[in-house]
Design a protein around this ligand. Sequence first.
Ligand code: ATP
Length: 291
Amino acid sequence: MEILRVENLKKYYGPVKAVDGISFSLEKGMVFSLLGPNGAGKTTTVEILEGLRKKDEGTIYYFGVRMDFPNREVKRKMGICLQKSAFFENLTVLETLKLYRTLYGNGMDVEEVVKLFELEGLEKRRVKTLSGGQFQRLAVAVAFVNDPEIVFLDEPTTGLDPQARRHIWEIVETFKRRGKTIFLTTHYMEEAERLSDHVCIMDHGRIIAEGSPRALVESSGLKSIVEFDCENELHVEGTLEKKDNHYVVETNEPETLIKDLLRNWNVSNIVIRKPNLEDVFLKLTGRELRE
Ligand code: ATP
């Protein structure tokens, strides 16, 4: 069942083509990820779909019905976690959850939400006293409290420590198992790789590649990746990234490359590994996701 379809969506800010003719669709129960570096157009896309910004062109179908903006019925089936959530800071965690649940009229049992999002013990804490990770768990919890069919999570784990990030991943997986559809934007490749059924890589307002994480890696043509450190300024064919003295190089013949490097240069910390989504991204855009 198709939950959302977008055709030729465009949004320009003067000369800036923030979203420049993108199309995709989401089936029920899938995790769909929009990946891209800063300024690629992810947030603009998500906010148009959430009904928070106006598109310039394009067609959107919510649950099979063409609409310029999500109507009240669609909004009731949507959950939203904005990139920067703001809550009433003097309300407690429980009051915040209850408030959002009341706004929607129906939804999940608040006690269950507290348990699922591991907010036990924090119910009576005022929002302003929460740590970054606790606040973000609440922000994601609020996106689910109305028991939505589709949840938009705009960079839900940015700035979180690895443990808090992993917890949010588990929550996303739990809801996916319950048949919910997740629309995710992220800077983190390992997050997209672990969670997504379908990834769209966005750059300069356009989708430059899409598919399952595995299909994207397979179709990239990347064979092996060699990483190493070297103090010298090298020009190695297939270099995907060079940061300070650390090199990431794609190659079909890792052994030959390493022998060659060792013979001629003082290299250290050599690693051979399989290519991942981040390498695909670097190859396609020449840029890093995180800045
Ligand atoms: P980030 O990862 O940094 O959130 P993003 O992929 O979400 O980036 P957007 O925030 O959608 O990117 O921005 C896309 C482009 O549109 C950027 O060049 C941005 O500067 C520009 N832009 C976004 N909002 C506005 C606005 N209200 N007015 C003018 N330009 C805007």
